[in-house]
Design a protein around this ligand. Structure first.
Ligand SMILES: O=c1ccn([C@@H]2O[C@H](COP(=O)(O)OP(=O)(O)O[C@H]3O[C@H](CO)[C@@H](O)[C@H](O)[C@H]3O)[C@@H](O)[C@H]2O)c(=O)[nH]1
Ligand SMILES: [Mn+2]
Length: 747
């Protein structure tokens, strides 16, 4: 049934409600005060600039002032656009118990689930299969549920794991139903349950055998003959020709389970479909966005469900009623017509107690969407998100042109899948030349949008500009949980990719600062701008990490003297108020001050490292006119020693190529040296009044406190210490910087 047909507007029991959080009102009082202080700071900056221009040594004074103006301007822009998220955050509640009163289960809309995976060695197929099992077991009519796996790795190893998962599902689904299991992710369930009754024991044995087989094939790198026992398996594997590679193979589609198959209790099973879209060397495949668009088209030919759940391979569902929960929005006649998607928060497993690396991303992954929800809705984060299929095809008012009538998002397929899907059409739409030949502007006007490594952000931005609205759903029991890199270098590389993705949007014709504010207004446009400006934070953080310290090393004072002077007092006010509010917001979102501290420290490291490298890569790419050629998939296989170190709460630096660690190490070195030089030589030996260089001493001290894990890493004895070569290289660069800035400060 199409969602538009469900429930008439009359006498619908409430499905959802919301309220604005109280701190929004406090912020409306606080923000104008802070804004006035920012304005005063700029008045002071420009006043100083004019003064310096007429001084006797203008270069030494003007250059630092200009850099500080630039840094503070970017800080101010980020603060200003961040107000969008603080203006009207919502708390929502769903009345899941009313869903069946609005629509009987037989009339629920069908749902397709898309799971993306890209490499069996970085994303273990058993984990992806577990993710699929967690959604196959949703508390939802199975004949209305279809799970599609997109395998950009085009690997038999992944398909094999899914064949095993299909066999296991026939036992697992009725087991979960019968026992009211809440954790329907087998690995998680068996990890936390004692399995002392015979039924659970039996199913655990089955699971372990499936896991062993799936892991074994990855270990040996192929599916051995003795594992291929059925004719349909032989047929499926024969779709790989001897010259098939990851980057060159035809479309491979295999239905692994379908509605006319029955589980062990006799109930129908959901559909489970494996897809490896066609790949050819030299034809751009647009990474995850390309995979999702192929899924959109292929699924249109088979089930064309009006609702689509998107999940990454490192993501699992942790609450079986989640589909019913989102129906509280998709069945609400007041919300439904313009609702593009319902986004759930990214909540991660495996974080250490105090979230050492700030992976939770409270500010961006929680405060941001929470605040966006009170405007036109949160931006999309790519996983744990339920879309209306319709939103990929034009604005709510107007359907875009489509390639085939089958792709019409409003086309309803009433009968469950029981026969072979139309392979001629599927080969066509799954083909790697299809988009280039289509007149429908895939990736530009329809489907997931191309042009940024963070397709989720760009796509949702354009959907909002098309007039769609979105919802942030954050239930008490998390609906999804995911994995996140827990090694420092892989995290920094991931953040670099995200930074590059934002820069690709910031410097494109879709720059939210212009087109966003123009189309969506100051608040919503500001919200999208805030995201896009994220990697630009590297400019002020790098300036503040190096400039005050280098100036101090040259004995130059660049800030107002510490005194009761109001121009000086601006500094502590702006610093403490910004930091204080952020910590307060963190705690309001269920975090604590230690996690906040770790997150702010990590953010500085991202800024000096990941975002600077993202800028470098972006400009290199722009100047050389290259398109992005690599995604830098995060590996989900963690080294045990790294994990132990992380769990102890210590930074682990060991990596084959730690260049990405050089800039934060430089910041650590320069802050420490400048602090010692400032306090001991300037104040101690030369007898300079400390008030003159007080702000610089404080900033260096702040840098030192934030760099403590780096100093510890330098002197630690274990194998995951900060490599000496990195420290030496960073120190050499600091010497170069010191020498280079000599001419500025001594001129
Ligand atoms: O060519 C590719 C590359 C990646 N992926 C899939 O994309 C997903 C995300 O990859 P991962 O390495 O885990 O990246 P993350 O940085 O963790 O992903 C986050 O950031 C992405 C970009 O914003 C979003 O799309 C994701 O949903 C979000 O979880 C995974 O399922 C991959 O299998 C593909 O399908 N094809
Ligand atoms: Mn991921």
């Amino acid at each position: 049934m199409a969602i538009n047909n469900v429930a008439s507007a009359a006498a619908v029991p409430p499905l959802n409600t919301y309220r604005v959080v109280r701190r929004a009102y406090f912020n409306r009082l606080f923000a104008p005060i802070y804004f006035s202080a920012v304005a005063a700071l700029f008045y002071n900056h420009f006043h100083n600039l004019l003064r310096h221009l007429s001084s006797s040594s203008p270069v030494a004074a003007v250059v630092p002032t200009l850099l500080l103006i630039l840094a503070d301007f970017i800080f101010a822009l980020i603060w200003l656009t961040n107000q969008s998220f603080r203006y009207r955050p919502l708390i929502r509640r769903e009345f899941v118990e009313n869903v069946e009163k609005v629509s009987p289960p037989a009339d629920f809309p069908a749902m397709d689930v898309f799971i993306c995976t890209a490499d069996p060695f970085k994303e273990p197929p058993i984990a992806t299969a577990n993710a699929a099992l967690s959604v196959l077991a949703y508390d939802y009519p199975p004949e209305k549920l279809s799970v599609y796996v997109s395998d950009d790795g085009g690997s038999q190893l992944t398909m094999f794991a899914f064949m095993e998962a299909a066999k296991f599902a026939a036992h697992w689904l009725p087991f979960c139903r019968r026992n009211g299991v809440l954790d329907r992710h087998p690995e998680m369930f068996f990890g936390s349950c004692r399995a002392d009754d015979p039924e659970t024991q039996k199913i655990k044995v089955m699971y372990e055998s499936m896991k062993t087989r799936a892991e074994r094939v990855v270990e040996i790198g192929k599916v051995p003959q003795e594992y291929i026992t059925e004719e349909f398996q032989r047929e499926a594997f024969s779709k790989w020709t001897p010259d098939s590679t990851k980057h060159d193979h035809p479309t491979i589609l295999q239905v692994l389970m379908q509605n006319n198959d029955k589980d062990t209790s006799g109930a129908p099973l959901p559909n489970l479909i494996y897809l490896a879209r066609e790949k050819k060397k030299g034809v751009p495949h647009q990474f995850k966005a390309g995979a999702q668009n192929a899924l959109l088209r292929v699924s249109a030919m088979i089930t064309n469900s009006p609702l689509i759940l998107m999940m990454d391979s490192d993501y699992i569902s942790t609450d079986p009623i989640t589909v019913r929960r989102i129906l509280c929005y998709f069945l609400d006649p007041a919300i439904r017509p313009t609702l593009a998607y319902v986004q759930f928060p990214q909540i991660y497993m495996g974080l250490n107690k105090q979230d050492l690396y700030g992976n939770e991303c409270k500010k961006w992954m929680h405060a941001g969407p929470h605040g966006g929800d009170g405007l036109d809705g949160p931006s999309c984060v790519g996983t744990g998100v339920f879309f209306a299929r319709r939103c990929f095809y034009g604005s709510p008012r107007e359907l875009s042109p489509i390639d085939f009538a089958e792709m019409n998002p409003d086309r309803v397929i009433e009968k469950p899948l029981t026969s072979q899907p139309p392979m001629d059409l599927i080969n066509k739409v799954g083909g790697c030349h299809f988009e280039a030949q289509s007149k429908c502007q895939w990736g530009q006007k329809i489907g997931f949008r191309y042009g940024s490594l963070i397709e989720d952000y760009l796509t949702s931005f354009q959907m909002h500009m098309d007039g769609w609205k979105t919802v942030w759903c954050n239930p008490e029991r998390p609906a999804f949980k995911g994995e996140t890199p827990c090694t420092l270098v892989s995290l920094l590389v991931q953040i670099k990719r995200w930074g590059l993705g934002f820069l690709e949007v910031l410097y494109s014709k879709y720059c939210p600062l212009f087109i966003g504010i123009k189309n969506l207004g100051f608040l919503m446009g500001g919200a999208y701008s805030n995201w896009a400006l994220w990697p630009l934070s590297s400019v002020p953080f790098t300036i503040y990490a190096f400039l005050p310290a280098l100036a101090l090393l040259h004995g130059v004072s660049i800030f107002p003297k510490v005194s009761a002077d109001p121009w000086f007092l601006l500094y502590p006010f702006l610093f403490l108020a910004a930091y204080g509010y952020e910590m307060f917001e963190f705690c309001c979102l269920g975090s604590n001050p230690i996690k906040w501290w770790n997150a702010q420290r990590m953010f500085m490291i991202w800024c000096t490292s990941s975002f600077n490298f993202a800028h470098f890569e972006f400009w290199l790419k722009t100047i050389l006119g290259r398109t992005t050629t690599s995604f830098g998939l995060t590996s989900k296989v963690n080294d045990a020693e790294h994990v132990r170190c992380y769990e102890r709460g210590e930074f682990e630096f060991g990596a084959a190529n730690p260049t990405i660690l050089v800039p934060p190490t430089m910041a650590a070195v320069v802050s420490l040296v400048a602090l010692v030089q400032g306090a001991a030589v300037e104040v101690g030996v030369k007898g300079r009044a400390w008030e003159e260089i007080g702000v610089q001493l404080f900033l260096c001290g702040f840098g030192v406190v934030n760099s403590l894990p780096f100093y510890k890493g330098m002197v630690r004895g274990d194998s995951l210490r900060l490599p000496t070569s990195t420290t030496v290289m960073a120190s050499l660069f600091v010497v170069v910087l010191y020498a280079a800035t000599y001419f500025v400060f001594k001129s």
